[in-house]
Design a protein around this ligand. Structure first.
Ligand SMILES: Nc1nc2c(ncn2[C@@H]2O[C@H](COP(=O)(O)OP(=O)(O)O)[C@@H](O)[C@H]2O)c(=O)[nH]1
Ligand SMILES: [Mg+2]
Length: 377
Protein backbone atom coordinates (compact mmCIF):
# COMPACT_ATOMS: atom_id res chain seq x y z
CA UNK A 1 0.00 0.00 0.00
CA UNK A 2 1.42 3.32 -1.16
CA UNK A 3 -0.75 5.75 0.79
CA UNK A 4 -3.25 6.00 3.66
CA UNK A 5 -5.66 8.92 3.42
CA UNK A 6 -6.94 10.00 6.84
CA UNK A 7 -10.13 12.03 6.94
CA UNK A 8 -11.39 13.31 10.32
CA UNK A 9 -15.12 13.88 10.13
CA UNK A 10 -17.73 15.47 12.33
CA UNK A 11 -21.19 15.53 10.77
CA UNK A 12 -20.07 15.51 7.16
CA UNK A 13 -22.76 13.16 5.82
CA UNK A 14 -23.40 15.21 2.69
CA UNK A 15 -19.72 15.21 1.70
CA UNK A 16 -18.66 11.59 2.08
CA UNK A 17 -19.84 10.23 -1.25
CA UNK A 18 -18.49 13.10 -3.31
CA UNK A 19 -15.15 13.02 -1.47
CA UNK A 20 -14.61 9.32 -2.05
CA UNK A 21 -15.64 9.62 -5.68
CA UNK A 22 -13.22 12.48 -6.34
CA UNK A 23 -10.37 10.76 -4.50
CA UNK A 24 -10.94 7.68 -6.65
CA UNK A 25 -10.95 9.73 -9.87
CA UNK A 26 -7.84 11.63 -8.84
CA UNK A 27 -5.77 8.66 -7.71
CA UNK A 28 -6.84 5.98 -10.17
CA UNK A 29 -4.03 3.47 -10.69
CA UNK A 30 -2.38 4.05 -7.31
CA UNK A 31 -2.62 1.77 -4.32
CA UNK A 32 -4.23 3.57 -1.37
CA UNK A 33 -6.85 3.38 1.37
CA UNK A 34 -9.19 5.97 2.90
CA UNK A 35 -9.73 5.98 6.67
CA UNK A 36 -12.58 8.03 8.12
CA UNK A 37 -12.08 8.78 11.79
CA UNK A 38 -15.51 9.94 12.75
CA UNK A 39 -17.02 11.61 15.82
CA UNK A 40 -20.35 12.42 14.21
CA UNK A 41 -23.74 12.57 15.82
CA UNK A 42 -25.54 12.36 12.46
CA UNK A 43 -25.70 9.67 9.79
CA UNK A 44 -22.11 10.13 8.58
CA UNK A 45 -21.02 6.61 9.68
CA UNK A 46 -23.84 5.02 7.67
CA UNK A 47 -22.93 7.11 4.67
CA UNK A 48 -19.32 5.99 4.96
CA UNK A 49 -20.36 2.35 5.17
CA UNK A 50 -22.61 2.71 2.13
CA UNK A 51 -19.88 4.42 0.16
CA UNK A 52 -17.34 1.80 1.22
CA UNK A 53 -19.48 -0.95 -0.31
CA UNK A 54 -19.31 0.68 -3.71
CA UNK A 55 -15.71 1.90 -3.70
CA UNK A 56 -13.13 -0.06 -5.70
CA UNK A 57 -10.49 0.64 -3.03
CA UNK A 58 -10.50 0.15 0.78
CA UNK A 59 -12.62 2.68 2.65
CA UNK A 60 -12.42 2.16 6.40
CA UNK A 61 -14.39 3.66 9.25
CA UNK A 62 -13.41 4.22 12.86
CA UNK A 63 -16.40 5.69 14.65
CA UNK A 64 -15.89 7.02 18.15
CA UNK A 65 -18.77 7.57 20.57
CA UNK A 66 -17.01 9.87 22.99
CA UNK A 67 -18.77 13.23 22.88
CA UNK A 68 -15.59 15.23 23.30
CA UNK A 69 -13.12 13.22 21.23
CA UNK A 70 -11.81 16.07 19.12
CA UNK A 71 -10.05 16.64 15.85
CA UNK A 72 -6.42 16.19 16.91
CA UNK A 73 -7.06 12.83 18.55
CA UNK A 74 -8.96 11.69 15.47
CA UNK A 75 -5.97 12.29 13.20
CA UNK A 76 -3.67 10.54 15.68
CA UNK A 77 -5.98 7.55 15.72
CA UNK A 78 -5.86 7.58 11.93
CA UNK A 79 -2.05 7.38 11.99
CA UNK A 80 -2.28 4.38 14.27
CA UNK A 81 -4.73 2.59 11.96
CA UNK A 82 -2.93 3.43 8.73
CA UNK A 83 -1.56 0.55 6.68
CA UNK A 84 0.83 2.70 4.67
CA UNK A 85 3.90 4.54 5.86
CA UNK A 86 2.95 7.75 4.05
CA UNK A 87 -0.22 9.28 5.45
CA UNK A 88 -2.22 12.07 3.89
CA UNK A 89 -4.49 14.08 6.16
CA UNK A 90 -7.36 16.06 4.63
CA UNK A 91 -10.66 17.57 5.70
CA UNK A 92 -13.88 15.81 4.82
CA UNK A 93 -15.65 18.85 3.40
CA UNK A 94 -13.80 19.07 0.06
CA UNK A 95 -12.12 22.33 0.98
CA UNK A 96 -8.97 20.32 0.30
CA UNK A 97 -9.34 19.24 -3.35
CA UNK A 98 -8.48 15.57 -3.88
CA UNK A 99 -7.07 16.55 -7.28
CA UNK A 100 -4.09 18.12 -5.46
CA UNK A 101 -3.04 14.91 -3.72
CA UNK A 102 -0.98 13.67 -6.66
CA UNK A 103 1.20 16.80 -6.55
CA UNK A 104 1.90 16.18 -2.86
CA UNK A 105 2.87 12.58 -3.61
CA UNK A 106 5.12 13.66 -6.46
CA UNK A 107 6.92 16.12 -4.21
CA UNK A 108 7.43 13.44 -1.54
CA UNK A 109 8.73 11.03 -4.17
CA UNK A 110 11.81 13.22 -4.57
CA UNK A 111 12.84 11.54 -1.33
CA UNK A 112 14.36 14.49 0.53
CA UNK A 113 11.51 15.43 2.92
CA UNK A 114 9.45 14.05 5.80
CA UNK A 115 6.41 16.27 5.34
CA UNK A 116 4.77 17.86 2.33
CA UNK A 117 2.36 20.62 3.25
CA UNK A 118 -0.41 21.86 1.01
CA UNK A 119 -0.20 25.58 1.67
CA UNK A 120 -2.82 28.26 1.17
CA UNK A 121 -0.22 30.95 1.73
CA UNK A 122 2.70 29.82 -0.44
CA UNK A 123 2.95 31.78 -3.67
CA UNK A 124 0.52 30.23 -6.10
CA UNK A 125 -1.86 29.13 -3.35
CA UNK A 126 -4.94 30.94 -2.15
CA UNK A 127 -7.32 30.96 0.76
CA UNK A 128 -10.39 32.32 -0.93
CA UNK A 129 -12.47 29.43 0.40
CA UNK A 130 -12.29 30.85 3.94
CA UNK A 131 -15.80 31.78 4.90
CA UNK A 132 -15.45 35.53 5.41
CA UNK A 133 -13.13 38.42 6.21
CA UNK A 134 -13.11 37.57 9.92
CA UNK A 135 -12.03 33.98 9.28
CA UNK A 136 -9.33 35.20 6.89
CA UNK A 137 -7.99 37.67 9.46
CA UNK A 138 -8.06 35.07 12.24
CA UNK A 139 -6.24 32.57 10.03
CA UNK A 140 -3.59 35.11 8.98
CA UNK A 141 -3.00 36.38 12.50
CA UNK A 142 -2.79 32.97 14.11
CA UNK A 143 -0.37 31.83 11.40
CA UNK A 144 1.82 34.85 12.12
CA UNK A 145 1.70 34.28 15.86
CA UNK A 146 2.54 30.61 15.41
CA UNK A 147 5.50 31.31 13.16
CA UNK A 148 6.77 33.88 15.62
CA UNK A 149 6.71 31.30 18.39
CA UNK A 150 8.60 28.68 16.38
CA UNK A 151 10.80 30.78 14.10
CA UNK A 152 13.26 28.00 13.37
CA UNK A 153 11.09 24.92 13.13
CA UNK A 154 8.54 26.71 10.95
CA UNK A 155 11.07 28.68 8.91
CA UNK A 156 10.19 26.94 5.66
CA UNK A 157 6.49 26.58 6.36
CA UNK A 158 3.99 29.24 5.34
CA UNK A 159 0.87 27.42 6.54
CA UNK A 160 1.47 25.48 9.78
CA UNK A 161 -2.28 25.48 10.54
CA UNK A 162 -3.40 23.68 7.43
CA UNK A 163 -5.20 20.37 7.79
CA UNK A 164 -3.98 19.17 4.37
CA UNK A 165 -0.58 17.49 4.42
CA UNK A 166 1.35 14.35 3.64
CA UNK A 167 3.64 12.91 6.28
CA UNK A 168 6.06 10.03 6.62
CA UNK A 169 4.71 8.34 9.71
CA UNK A 170 8.12 6.87 10.50
CA UNK A 171 9.61 10.34 10.84
CA UNK A 172 7.12 11.30 13.55
CA UNK A 173 7.25 10.11 17.11
CA UNK A 174 3.54 9.43 17.57
CA UNK A 175 3.88 9.00 21.32
CA UNK A 176 4.99 12.62 21.76
CA UNK A 177 1.91 14.01 20.03
CA UNK A 178 -0.86 15.18 22.32
CA UNK A 179 -4.44 14.71 21.17
CA UNK A 180 -5.29 18.11 22.65
CA UNK A 181 -3.33 19.37 19.66
CA UNK A 182 -6.29 20.67 17.77
CA UNK A 183 -3.91 21.61 14.95
CA UNK A 184 -2.10 18.33 14.60
CA UNK A 185 0.35 19.51 11.93
CA UNK A 186 1.61 22.21 14.27
CA UNK A 187 2.03 19.58 16.96
CA UNK A 188 4.06 17.42 14.55
CA UNK A 189 6.26 20.28 13.34
CA UNK A 190 6.86 21.79 16.77
CA UNK A 191 7.99 18.58 18.45
CA UNK A 192 10.90 17.74 16.24
CA UNK A 193 12.82 19.35 13.40
CA UNK A 194 11.48 17.75 10.24
CA UNK A 195 12.36 18.28 6.59
CA UNK A 196 9.43 20.23 5.18
CA UNK A 197 8.39 20.98 1.61
CA UNK A 198 5.36 22.90 0.46
CA UNK A 199 3.03 22.71 -2.48
CA UNK A 200 0.63 25.62 -3.06
CA UNK A 201 -3.05 24.88 -3.38
CA UNK A 202 -6.35 26.73 -3.60
CA UNK A 203 -8.50 26.32 -0.52
CA UNK A 204 -11.96 25.60 -1.90
CA UNK A 205 -15.42 26.33 -0.58
CA UNK A 206 -17.16 23.76 1.53
CA UNK A 207 -19.14 21.27 -0.60
CA UNK A 208 -21.94 20.63 1.95
CA UNK A 209 -22.62 21.10 5.65
CA UNK A 210 -21.31 23.70 8.09
CA UNK A 211 -17.93 24.61 9.56
CA UNK A 212 -17.23 23.41 13.08
CA UNK A 213 -14.76 26.18 13.82
CA UNK A 214 -15.86 28.35 16.72
CA UNK A 215 -14.59 30.56 19.49
CA UNK A 216 -14.03 27.65 21.83
CA UNK A 217 -11.74 25.97 19.32
CA UNK A 218 -9.92 29.27 18.91
CA UNK A 219 -9.27 29.36 22.66
CA UNK A 220 -8.16 25.76 22.56
CA UNK A 221 -5.75 26.61 19.83
CA UNK A 222 -4.20 29.46 21.84
CA UNK A 223 -3.80 27.13 24.80
CA UNK A 224 -2.23 24.49 22.59
CA UNK A 225 0.24 27.04 21.28
CA UNK A 226 1.17 28.21 24.78
CA UNK A 227 1.61 24.67 26.02
CA UNK A 228 3.69 23.61 23.03
CA UNK A 229 5.98 26.58 23.45
CA UNK A 230 6.20 27.04 27.20
CA UNK A 231 4.65 23.95 28.73
CA UNK A 232 1.49 23.41 30.68
CA UNK A 233 2.68 25.46 33.62
CA UNK A 234 2.66 28.69 31.64
CA UNK A 235 -0.82 28.05 30.31
CA UNK A 236 -1.78 27.56 33.96
CA UNK A 237 -0.02 30.82 34.84
CA UNK A 238 -1.83 32.64 32.06
CA UNK A 239 -5.19 31.51 33.43
CA UNK A 240 -4.05 32.58 36.92
CA UNK A 241 -3.05 35.99 35.60
CA UNK A 242 -6.36 36.51 33.83
CA UNK A 243 -8.07 35.44 37.07
CA UNK A 244 -6.11 37.93 39.16
CA UNK A 245 -7.15 40.78 36.89
CA UNK A 246 -10.77 39.61 36.83
CA UNK A 247 -10.70 39.43 40.62
CA UNK A 248 -9.65 43.07 40.95
CA UNK A 249 -12.10 44.29 38.31
CA UNK A 250 -15.03 42.52 39.98
CA UNK A 251 -14.02 43.85 43.39
CA UNK A 252 -13.73 47.37 42.05
CA UNK A 253 -17.13 47.08 40.39
CA UNK A 254 -18.84 45.83 43.57
CA UNK A 255 -17.29 48.62 45.65
CA UNK A 256 -18.51 51.15 43.13
CA UNK A 257 -21.98 49.66 43.51
CA UNK A 258 -21.70 50.56 47.19
CA UNK A 259 -20.56 47.28 48.72
CA UNK A 260 -18.13 47.18 51.63
CA UNK A 261 -14.58 46.19 50.60
CA UNK A 262 -14.46 42.94 52.57
CA UNK A 263 -17.58 41.25 51.20
CA UNK A 264 -16.61 42.63 47.77
CA UNK A 265 -13.21 40.95 48.06
CA UNK A 266 -14.78 37.67 49.14
CA UNK A 267 -17.37 37.61 46.35
CA UNK A 268 -14.75 38.57 43.76
CA UNK A 269 -12.42 35.83 44.97
CA UNK A 270 -15.10 33.14 44.91
CA UNK A 271 -16.26 34.12 41.42
CA UNK A 272 -12.66 34.10 40.23
CA UNK A 273 -12.02 30.69 41.76
CA UNK A 274 -15.03 29.28 39.89
CA UNK A 275 -14.07 31.02 36.64
CA UNK A 276 -10.49 29.81 36.89
CA UNK A 277 -11.65 26.27 37.46
CA UNK A 278 -13.72 26.38 34.28
CA UNK A 279 -10.78 27.72 32.27
CA UNK A 280 -8.50 25.02 33.65
CA UNK A 281 -11.13 22.40 32.90
CA UNK A 282 -11.73 23.39 29.28
CA UNK A 283 -8.32 24.68 28.30
CA UNK A 284 -5.32 23.76 30.40
CA UNK A 285 -6.29 20.27 31.50
CA UNK A 286 -8.75 19.46 28.71
CA UNK A 287 -6.66 16.48 27.64
CA UNK A 288 -6.58 15.01 31.15
CA UNK A 289 -10.26 15.39 32.03
CA UNK A 290 -11.55 12.13 30.61
CA UNK A 291 -9.14 10.10 32.73
CA UNK A 292 -9.64 11.91 36.00
CA UNK A 293 -13.06 11.03 37.32
CA UNK A 294 -16.08 13.21 37.93
CA UNK A 295 -16.34 16.92 37.24
CA UNK A 296 -17.90 17.56 40.64
CA UNK A 297 -15.06 15.84 42.43
CA UNK A 298 -12.51 17.89 40.58
CA UNK A 299 -14.44 21.05 41.30
CA UNK A 300 -14.74 20.22 45.00
CA UNK A 301 -11.00 19.60 45.27
CA UNK A 302 -10.05 22.71 43.35
CA UNK A 303 -12.54 24.92 45.20
CA UNK A 304 -11.50 23.65 48.63
CA UNK A 305 -7.84 24.02 47.79
CA UNK A 306 -8.16 27.60 46.61
CA UNK A 307 -10.15 28.65 49.67
CA UNK A 308 -7.74 26.93 52.04
CA UNK A 309 -4.90 28.54 50.20
CA UNK A 310 -6.29 32.01 50.87
CA UNK A 311 -6.93 31.16 54.51
CA UNK A 312 -3.33 29.95 54.95
CA UNK A 313 -1.60 32.52 52.78
CA UNK A 314 -2.93 35.63 54.45
CA UNK A 315 -1.68 34.83 57.99
CA UNK A 316 1.70 33.76 56.56
CA UNK A 317 1.90 37.06 54.76
CA UNK A 318 1.03 38.84 58.00
CA UNK A 319 3.76 36.89 59.80
CA UNK A 320 6.32 37.89 57.21
CA UNK A 321 5.34 41.54 57.49
CA UNK A 322 4.92 41.80 61.27
CA UNK A 323 7.51 39.25 62.40
CA UNK A 324 10.25 39.33 59.76
CA UNK A 325 9.63 42.96 58.71
CA UNK A 326 9.41 42.05 55.03
CA UNK A 327 7.80 44.91 53.06
CA UNK A 328 4.09 44.16 52.56
CA UNK A 329 4.13 44.09 48.76
CA UNK A 330 7.17 41.81 48.70
CA UNK A 331 5.51 39.53 51.26
CA UNK A 332 2.37 39.39 49.15
CA UNK A 333 4.48 38.63 46.08
CA UNK A 334 6.44 35.86 47.81
CA UNK A 335 3.37 34.12 49.15
CA UNK A 336 1.61 34.45 45.80
CA UNK A 337 4.52 32.81 43.97
CA UNK A 338 4.72 30.01 46.54
CA UNK A 339 0.97 29.56 46.36
CA UNK A 340 1.12 29.45 42.56
CA UNK A 341 3.64 26.62 42.55
CA UNK A 342 1.74 24.64 45.17
CA UNK A 343 -1.51 25.24 43.30
CA UNK A 344 -0.05 24.04 40.01
CA UNK A 345 1.38 20.90 41.56
CA UNK A 346 -1.89 20.19 43.35
CA UNK A 347 -3.97 20.57 40.19
CA UNK A 348 -1.63 18.59 37.95
CA UNK A 349 -1.16 15.71 40.40
CA UNK A 350 -4.35 15.59 42.45
CA UNK A 351 -7.29 17.32 40.76
CA UNK A 352 -6.47 15.91 37.33
CA UNK A 353 -4.83 12.70 38.50
CA UNK A 354 -5.78 9.71 36.35
CA UNK A 355 -8.51 7.80 38.14
CA UNK A 356 -6.61 4.54 37.81
CA UNK A 357 -3.70 5.92 39.82
CA UNK A 358 -6.01 7.11 42.58
CA UNK A 359 -8.24 4.08 42.81
CA UNK A 360 -7.42 1.50 45.44
CA UNK A 361 -6.33 -1.89 44.22
CA UNK A 362 -9.68 -3.47 44.94
CA UNK A 363 -11.52 -1.02 42.73
CA UNK A 364 -12.44 -2.39 39.32
CA UNK A 365 -10.61 -1.06 36.31
CA UNK A 366 -12.69 1.47 34.41
CA UNK A 367 -14.59 -0.13 31.57
CA UNK A 368 -13.12 0.03 28.12
CA UNK A 369 -14.54 2.77 25.95
CA UNK A 370 -17.73 1.25 24.68
CA UNK A 371 -19.43 1.56 21.37
CA UNK A 372 -16.35 1.61 19.18
CA UNK A 373 -17.15 0.56 15.69
CA UNK A 374 -14.49 -0.39 13.21
CA UNK A 375 -15.05 -1.66 9.78
CA UNK A 376 -12.63 -2.67 7.13
CA UNK A 377 -14.51 -2.82 3.91
N1 LIG B 1 -13.22 13.36 13.94
C1 LIG B 1 -13.45 14.67 14.11
N2 LIG B 1 -13.41 15.51 13.06
C2 LIG B 1 -13.66 16.82 13.27
C3 LIG B 1 -13.95 17.36 14.54
N3 LIG B 1 -14.15 18.70 14.41
C4 LIG B 1 -13.99 18.97 13.10
N4 LIG B 1 -13.71 17.85 12.39
C5 LIG B 1 -13.45 17.70 10.95
O1 LIG B 1 -12.28 18.44 10.65
C6 LIG B 1 -12.38 19.00 9.34
C7 LIG B 1 -12.20 20.50 9.40
O2 LIG B 1 -13.29 21.08 10.11
P1 LIG B 1 -14.12 22.29 9.54
O3 LIG B 1 -15.37 22.42 10.32
O4 LIG B 1 -14.26 22.18 8.06
O5 LIG B 1 -13.17 23.52 9.91
P2 LIG B 1 -12.80 24.76 8.99
O6 LIG B 1 -12.40 24.24 7.65
O7 LIG B 1 -11.68 25.41 9.74
O8 LIG B 1 -14.04 25.59 8.93
C8 LIG B 1 -13.72 18.55 8.79
O9 LIG B 1 -13.55 17.37 8.05
C9 LIG B 1 -14.52 18.26 10.06
O10 LIG B 1 -15.56 17.33 9.84
C10 LIG B 1 -13.99 16.45 15.65
O11 LIG B 1 -14.23 16.81 16.80
N5 LIG B 1 -13.73 15.12 15.38
MG1 LIG C 1 -13.50 23.06 6.42
Amino acid sequence: MELSIIVPTFNEGGNVDELVRRIGDALGGRSFEVIFVDDSTDDTPDRVLATAQRAPFPVRLRHRESADAGLGGAVLEGFELAAARWCLVMDGDLQHPPEDIARLLDRAAAGDVDVVIASRYASGGDSRGLADATRTAVSRLSTLLTKAMFPRKLATCTDPMTGFFLVDRDAVDLSTLRPRGFKILLEILARRQLRVAEVPFSFAERYAGDSKANLRQGLRFLTQLTMLRFGRMSAFALVGGVGAIANLVIMWGLIRLGMDYLPAAIIASELTIIGNFLLLEYLVFADMRAESGRLWHRFAKSFTFNNLEAIVRIPIMAMLVEGAHVPAVLAAGLTLVAAFIVRFVFHALVVYAPRRALASQSAPEPAEVSGRRTLDA
